[in-house]
Design a protein around this ligand. Sequence first.
Ligand SMILES: [Zn+2]
Length: 326
Amino acid sequence: MLRALLCLLLCAAPAFAEGHSPADAVRDSSDMATHIREEMEYLASDALRGRGSATPDELAAARYVVSLFRSFGLSEATLQRVPLYNGRTSHNAFALLRGSDPKLARQTILLTAHLDHLGVRTSPLGEIIYPGADDDASGVTAVLELARTLAEPSRRPRRSVLFVCFGSEETGGQGNAYFLRNPPVPLSSIVASIAFEMIGRPDPAVSPGQLWLTGWERSNLGPRLAKQGAPLVADPYPEKNFFRRSDNFNIALNGIVAHTIFSYGLGGHYHQPTDDLEHIDFAHLTRVIESIIPAVEWLANTRWAPSWRLAGRPGVPRGPAMLLGR
Ligand SMILES: [Zn+2]
């Protein structure tokens, strides 16, 4: 009991630092739960029709994200048009928060998720919407809530932070690939990149409230964030090679220490119409987003930079990257 109480006090300490009282934390927590629910209810709504890649529905999601970024005070928030080889157009949504320290502001932390999902499919029974509530509306809410928090004037980090929601991930990471060819900051300035994917349901392979980081053993980023209180553990499915199956991989191929945070509790709902709001565990989603924020905030303020471990940095692949959406 005492140990539990001590842990409660110690674990809660970062939230109360720098003028944030326990009362503030309680208020912030209920506010964040409300924000997350509102964002999820819009992104995974029937109105957005599953945010098909390079559709007007994906564009609506991108515009929504940009408008929220601006409402947080992020003036450098914009849509990025992504022309595709098939003549269609996808969109990324991003915002840059410039760091407060003149030197450290030249370094950037990249936080990402993807906007799109599978959209609408026709069947003999009519149209079926694939809402993609977990994949990856849940990750978008993590990026939004990190942006909302770090954009608070009293918390502006010393490093710059780039918040990006990619379009057309499900069709082969096209939004991500275009972004890497047309970045708003030099890629060499990015010291770490974290993607958020499918964090809306607890994963029975790890403890309640835990998330896992793909490619854990490849760099020292995961262990260091865990040391800072992030509820992160190693990927429990190394045989599935998730490190290579999400937007982080192309970023890592550019030499940037880039991983994805997952809570892969979808089971049979993965890429099914039942990946919907009903199957989101909102208490879990809110808890994991809240619990990851202090460690990401630390990363945005420290001088420490992660590095690849020996043989951890991926080389140029022999074939195209295999992405989850394929
Ligand atoms: Zn996804």
